[in-house]
Design a binder for this molecule. Structure first.
Ligand code: ADP
Ligand code: MG
Length: 697
């Protein structure tokens, strides 16, 4: 036990370490910056840098790096050695406050969406002291924000930090008006549940699609999928268990509170969830988690797939973003308590979230959009791409009371009798769970379930923070002007519920009826990333981001460009990989099989025996016909790719071609290949099949 507690956070320059290693005055000054957002003095930075360096050297670090999150969605790091040669041919270890606070990576190789002219290559990284530094792979890693020479955000973290300030400011105004005099800061918290697939590295290496795109571009359905529902929460296999154990240890060393692990619904699919933390720290931690999951897998001869849809026909992976608002004095603002109906504060924050989600559903939708997630949201697999909120029976009942003008009671869960006298009667939750809602209230937080498994959670969270800040701003304005605050609260709640109840849906979100019903209610069902991205240049959305200082118009426009470019590039790589596999592997396999069949016919004929060769002839005819169709589809796909690649100048037009032409043709090519796979001799098939990939561990 003690061992584990010693391990936890051992590679983190955390509060305890700072308190121990920093002079009292320095520690106090730094804490002020961290807790109250006050600017940091450069003399303080020098002292902190020196202590950090000594601590890191003791942990075996030789380098330091500004660790940041450019718009690629993964993390970037450039390592510099601490070493500084001296005149006498020796070296000392140096790390100054300046080096801690500011870095200057060449920004020209990171996506900027036109924000940074090519001659203006300078980019800066700035220390985010609210997220602790850590040692990883012999480097001291300093979490930073990344911006251009002119100060515009080129990363995922900057808008997140800005949004945290925005929501804190507005939530505090509301709390004050509700009579709270003690809270000085409101913090948004997140616990991301991370889903992933594990495959054997030896098999992975034989599939170019997995190597280049992270998903299978071909593959016939195996005889068994997830229909037996025997994998979810199933006993964890030894090899996976050893892998999970090592991830836990690596994460714990970094102060990441990995807590829950289990098998997921699909074969070879698993989940890891940490204990929640402040949004920006949780975001950093989730990036580190994904990084470590991939690295540790390799040590076990495994590969961790974070793609949203590595395999067609079985569930894909998502990331559930559990989000809430808390105060620095320990309150959860989304905690309903035992009697939510008379919890004014809870109802105000709850209704603010409902309104925000309804009004800015398109922003939430785009925050969950990436090319991989298009295979899940709105595709033939649930969940749909419609944003709606699940509240559950108890809150639904309160909402109805609010609408009717008199809120007088809260339904309670009561006790549940199991019917066995030796088993205790369990206290029942006031609401059942709902697994099909994209945005579900789960006790004292909202679970935004649409997020892509491979994506950064910075986007969903800076958008959530900002849109809720906007509604809280409106609430605060109105309460400030009101003669009778309580009466105005009642008016606001009734108005919000009446206007925005259309976004609340407690039924089965995966049903066809809901799709029809949502359309009646006027809720959007934006099925593709390319369409969802339009929300980034919508005037209403630009206005809300600018108003709260989260993103400027130029920054929004750049994100629009980057997202479209990223979409086109992803589909382009997938299509090119498909073409290569089709021409060099699948078509030759089909021809080889046809040749074998022909040879069989000839050999039998030569014996002079009047054997029945209808099997060979029928198969030969079918395989040859499919091969011919396959070849045609390759040519059509090649033409579509060429057309899309040569559409320069308009990123939206190009992305549309990739989505509605190239992507469609990829599906047609795959269809033929998957049929061939079920006919061709297994020994001739040039790559591991779904059965092998999914069931071999
Ligand atoms: P389930 O699978 O039942 O949805 P998990 O236990 O897998 O739940 O994950 C729930 C996540 O929600 C955990 O990461 C947990 O720490 C997080 N969580 C709990 N309370 C809060 C909160 N107040 N704010 C943010 N996240 C929270
Ligand atoms: Mg879970």
């Amino acid at each position: 036990m003690t061992k584990l507690s010693q391990l936890y956070g051992s590679n983190v320059f955390n509060d305890a370490v700072m308190r121990e290693l920093l002079p009292k005055a320095t520690y106090k000054a730094l804490k002020k910056t961290i807790d109250q957002g006050l600017p940091l003095d450069s003399a303080v930075a020098d002292v902190v840098a020196n202590a950090m360096k000594d601590w890191a050297l003791e942990k075996g670090a030789t380098h330091f790096t500004h660790w940041f999150q450019p718009m690629t969605g993964i993390t970037a790091e450039k390592h510099d050695a601490f070493i500084s040669p001296t005149a006498d041919g020796k070296a000392i270890m140096e790390f100054s406050g300046k080096e801690l606070i500011k870095g200057e990576p060449d920004a020209s190789s990171f996506p900027s969406g036109g924000l940074r002219a090519t001659f203006e290559a300078r980019g800066y990284t700035a220390w985010d002291c609210t997220s602790p530094a850590f040692v990883k792979d012999d480097s001291l890693c300093i979490p930073t924000a990344f911006c251009s020479y002119t100060g515009v955000a080129l990363d995922k973290k900057t808008p997140l930090l800005r949004s945290m300030e925005a929501i804190s400011k507005q939530a505090l105004r509301v709390l004050k008006l509700l009579g709270n005099t003690t809270t000085t800061k409101v913090i948004t918290t997140v616990g991301p549940e991370q889903e992933y697939f594990i495959v054997d590295k030896k098999l992975y290496d034989q599939r170019k699609d997995l190597i280049f795109t992270g998903r299978t571009l071909f593959g016939a359905k195996p005889p068994k999928g997830q229909e037996m529902e025997d994998h979810y929460f199933g006993s964890i296999k030894e090899r996976i268990s050893a892998y999970m154990k090592e991830i836990d240890e690596e994460l714990w060393k970094l102060g990441i509170a990995a807590k829950t692990k289990h098998n997921e619904v699909a074969p070879a699919q698993h989940e890891l969830a940490p204990i929640f933390s402040t949004t920006n720290i949780a975001t950093d931690h989730n990036q580190l988690t994904m990084d470590i999951m991939k690295k540790v897998a390799l040590r076990h001869g495994l590969v961790c797939l974070l793609h949203e849809k590595p395999f067609a026909g079985i569930n894909g992976s998502g990331k559930h973003n559990n989000w809430s608002m808390g105060t620095d004095d320990g309150m959860n603002l989304l905690e309903p308590g035992r009697t939510p109906h008379d919890n004014k504060q809870f109802l105000v924050f709850l209704c603010a979230v409902i309104k925000a989600v309804d009004e800015y559903a398109d922003l939430l939708r785009v925050s969950a959009a990436n090319p991989g997630n298009d295979h899940r949201l709105g595709a033939n697999e649930a969940p749909p791409a419609i944003i709606s909120i699940f509240l559950g029976e108890q809150l639904q009942d309160i909402l109805e009371q609010i609408e009717n003008g008199a809120v007088t009671s809260s339904k309670s869960g009561g006790k549940m009798e199991i019917g066995v006298t030796t088993l205790p009667a369990l206290p029942k939750d006031a609401t059942d769970r709902n697994r099909t809602s994209p945005f579900a209230f789960t006790g004292n937080k909202f679970e935004f379930r649409m997020c892509p498994s491979s994506g950064s959670i910075a986007g969903p969270n800076f958008i959530l923070n900002t849109i809720v800040a906007e509604v809280l701003d409106e609430v605060a304005d109105r309460l400030e002007k009101a003669a009778d605050v309580n009466a105005e609260i009642k008016t606001i709640l009734t108005e919000f519920v009446t206007k925005h109840k259309r976004v609340v849906f407690n039924g089965n979100g995966y049903s066809d009826e809901w799709v029809a019903e949502a359309e009646k209610r006027g809720l959007k069902n934006t099925k593709t990333t390319v369409e969802a991205i339009q929300a980034l240049i919508d005037e209403k959305n630009i206005a809300v981001m600018e108003k709260h200082g989260v993103l400027s118009r130029a920054e929004m426009e750049s994100r629009y460009e980057i997202s479209l470019e990223n979409y086109s590039k992803t589909i382009n790589i997938e299509a090119l990989t498909m073409i290569e596999m089709a021409k060099q592997q699948i078509l030759p396999a089909a021809i080889n099989f046809a040749t074998d069949l022909a040879a069989s016919i000839n050999t039998i004929k030569a014996t002079g025996v009047a054997a029945d060769m209808s099997v060979q002839t029928e198969l030969l005819t079918e395989v040859s016909a499919l091969a011919a169709q396959f070849k045609k589809n390759i040519v059509t796909l090649e033409a579509a790719v060429e057309k899309a690649e040569n559409t320069h100048g308009d990123t939206f037009e190009q992305a549309k071609l990739f989505r509605f032409d190239v992507f469609e043709k990829m599906g047609e090519l795959r269809g033929v290949a998957d049929k061939l796979e079920t006919m061709v001799d297994k020994d001739l098939w040039p790559m591991p099949t779904y059965s092998e990939l999914l069931f071999n561990i």
